[in-house]
Design a protein around this ligand. Sequence first.
Ligand SMILES: Cc1cc2nc3c(=O)[nH]c(=O)nc-3n(C[C@H](O)[C@H](O)[C@H](O)COP(=O)(O)OP(=O)(O)OC[C@H]3O[C@@H](n4cnc5c(N)ncnc54)[C@H](O)[C@@H]3O)c2cc1C
Length: 241
Amino acid sequence: MPTIPKWMGDIMESTFSNKFRSVTITHIECLSTELKKIRFKGDLSSVKFQAGQAVVFRIDGRNYRHYTPSFWDSEAGICDIVFHLHGNGPGQLFISKLKEGDHLRMGLPSGYNLYKRDSKYHFFFGDETTLGLFQSLKNLINTEDKHYIGVLELDAGSLHAPGQLGLMLDVVPKAETKALHAIRFLDELEEELWELWKTGVFYLMGNARSIQVFRNALKQRGISSKNIVTQPYWVEGKAGL
Ligand SMILES: Cc1cc2nc3c(=O)[nH]c(=O)nc-3n(C[C@H](O)[C@H](O)[C@H](O)COP(=O)(O)OP(=O)(O)OC[C@H]3O[C@@H](n4cnc5c(N)ncnc54)[C@H](O)[C@@H]3O)c2cc1C
């Protein structure tokens, strides 16, 4: 529901008021000029959150945008989200203006649990929009005897962000040809490492075209579709997926 008529949004929020919660911004951390991590606090009691689920914000009368919590604690009433301020769109403009102490309504998490618990090896591929998801997956992986590696396509200004979030991932610059450097990364992995990770699960998130190209590269290298999890978060020229 990225865009709907204002009257419909108003009705939806009052009819399904139990699907929204009031939250207050308690902390904003600038990870780079394009990345903000924001902590929201509110009554999140009895809300169940699973890695990969997204919340929704009404960013103006007609538009909603999805974002993925990087951390969720229902009991403490805390939720963190990493936002990409990509410079083009009402969602990122709305987020860029938020200040500590602001109050807003947040649509509760929906979507699938993406974490494939049975797998020992987890491979992440994405961009700035997927940092939050990968942080929440990493937290789960670290509590179990599991392992992750991965590669992110990032703008030059955000190359340090994964490290700041405690994510041990490789980073490559975005290129005109989607996933170009990320596929090179794959090909340069040590053989022993690839032997392990090719038995694992691959999470391809973020830009729809990068996902498509990287997925094809994985399939050409013998990875079965059933071990590839994909979720596009945005695509060039299309508003609010
Ligand atoms: C399930 C789900 C979870 C998501 N989680 C997150 C998250 O945790 N953090 C996050 O930052 N985003 C996340 N996104 C992506 C975010 O919702 C989109 O980037 C959304 O398009 C932003 O809205 P906007 O109004 O800023 O831009 P829009 O109005 O939607 O788009 C305007 C233009 O900007 C382009 N654009 C959109 N996003 C980007 C981008 N990231 N980089 C470059 N160009 C872009 C569009 O292609 C379009 O041409 C998620 C999306 C989904 C579907």
